[in-house]
Design a protein around this ligand. Structure first.
Ligand SMILES: *Cc1c(COP(=O)(O)O)cnc(C)c1O
Length: 461
């Protein structure tokens, strides 16, 4: 299996090179040349597999440059860190099926992908006698999942910038309590945008990037999407264990990574009846699907902050397929977006979009109401991101369908919002309680690019 760029500017490369490249060198995103096809018989034969065994079946069909036993080991180690025996269990409540993706170390679904990515990085770096310095900015979830994905790993340093005092206390502690020598937390006296601008500036300094082998862990890495494809298969198998029925997935969406993984599962032949893309007030993708309106507006801060995104980085992967794998069309679309702040679509393209997805937007009042109602009726506590998906599913998917709602974070991660909804703080899981009193390490720094650069150099050398 080889990988190509949505912008058409690179020769096909094998899986390991695609992982190490991250963003394609021509500015595009990497995708496999084709999708492996799963037959109905194969799917049935996967019913008895454990999560890691299923992950091996799905992932290995995209990877032909890592020996099977090595790949199995990487997968087993990645999911051994999860606290639930099923890794991503499916729970039914009030006519929907909740796919719990938050049993990893940082209690958010990003662990599913970043535990795997950390292990793959370490494996490839060891084989190539190379090292990598990961630099990223975070407003909370991605940074902590990335830190936990690479802590203590050989050949990797990680530097994560977060805005000092502006992440939730739990999110900050999940990062700063990791004191492994290869982990460097930097609290910037500034905003998330300041953090992101400085990270971008470091990556744009090509000499610095080369000299210090900078790398990223953002959601454009193909290995992250690939790891997420697995739980669509897993959940489909669980909800059809007692007999066939149509299955739809409701996905609270930010960067389009999670739902794109569902699209990949469908392209591989998983019988998915509906892929429902749920947004909060940042609803550019909902406007696109329902009205063909892909025009940028300002980012609004909401109670589901991990979905507060306007330009969804993985959307380009879908556009490439919508345009029948024509990179020239992808380039033209992004030129239009740059010039005019919008992309326009033909009626035929919009028909195709609506065959692939349906969508709705859920505002903050509805999100809080959903957490409250759902708790009252079922006793089950949703986090605000998961609540967006549940509300969308109840409104948009028929009741005779297995309505699988992706639960992307543990409610205790967003305790203040949950308290607003149910009038009491959610129970604190031991993983969060244990953070209190743990030693922490963090460098507080002014929003000064030179200082950040010096800090990186000092800690790499
Ligand atoms: C990242 C994140 C999302 C959005 O996922 P995308 O892959 O960016 O669409 C939703 N919920 C939570 C809790 C997240 O951390």
């Amino acid at each position: 299996m080889r990988y190509i760029s949505t912008r058409g500017g690179i020769q096909p490369i094998p899986f390991k090179d695609a992982v190490m490249m991250g963003l394609a060198t021509d500015g595009g995103l990497l995708l496999p040349e084709s999708y492996p096809q799963i037959t109905a018989g194969q799917l049935e034969s996967w019913r008895k597999l454990s999560y890691p065994e299923l992950a091996f079946q799905v992932i290995s069909s995209f990877v032909d440059d890592i020996p099977a036993n090595d790949l199995k080991g990487l997968i087993d180690r990645s999911y051994a860190t999860f606290t639930h025996p099923e890794i991503t269990p499916v729970v039914s409540a009030d006519g929907v099926c909740i796919l719990e993706l938050f049993h990893g170390v940082t209690l958010a679904f990003k662990d599913v992908a970043l535990q795997f990515l950390g292990n793959i990085f370490e494996y490839i770096l060891a084989e190539r006698h190379e090292h990598l310095n990961i630099i990223g900015a975070t407003s909370g979830d991605t940074g902590s999942a990335a830190i936990h994905g690479v802590r203590g790993k050989k050949g990797i340093n990680i530097f994560i910038l977060h805005p000092h005092g502006k992440t939730s206390p739990v999110q900050a502690r999940q990062m700063t309590s990791v004191t492994d020598a290869n982990v460097h937390n930097i609290a910037i006296e500034g905003t998330f945008d300041d953090c992101q601008d400085m990270v971008k500036a470091l990556f744009n300094d090509l000499e610095f990037k080369e000299k210090y082998s900078l790398g990223a862990v953002n959601s454009i890495n193909w290995a992250r999407v690939l790891a997420q494809v697995v739980y669509y298969f897993y959940a489909w198998l669980r909800v059809t264990d007692t007999g066939p029925r149509p299955v739809g997935f409701a996905v609270p969406t930010g960067n389009f990574g999670d739902i794109f993984a569902g699209y990949v599962a469908k392209r591989m032949g998983l019988p998915v009846a509906k892929l429902l893309l749920a947004t909060n007030e940042n609803n550019i993708l909902t406007r696109f699907i329902n009205r063909g309106d892909y025009s940028l507006s300002a980012v609004v801060s909401t109670v589901s902050p991990s979905m507060d995104i306007q330009v969804a980085s993985n959307f380009e992967r879908y556009l490439f397929h919508l345009y029948h794998e024509d990179p020239a069309r992808v380039r033209a679309a992004f030129d239009e977006l740059k010039g005019q702040g919008r992309i326009t679509f033909t009626p035929q393209e919009l028909d195709q979009v609506r065959q692939d997805f349906c969508s709705t937007s859920v505002d903050q009042a509805q999100t809080i109401e959903t957490i409250g109602n759902f708790h009252k009726e079922t006793g089950y506590l949703l986090d605000p991101h998961s609540a967006v998906g549940v509300k969308a599913a109840l409104d948009m998917l028929p009741a005779d369908m297995a309505r699988v709602c992706l639960a992307t974070a543990h409610p205790a991660k967003f305790g203040e919002v949950v308290e607003q909804a149910i009038g009491a703080p959610p129970p604190v899981p031991s993983a969060i309680a244990a953070l209190d009193g743990m030693p922490t390490r963090c460098e507080v720094m002014a929003a000064d690019l030179d200082k950040v650069r010096e800090f990186v150099i000092r800690n790499v050398e």
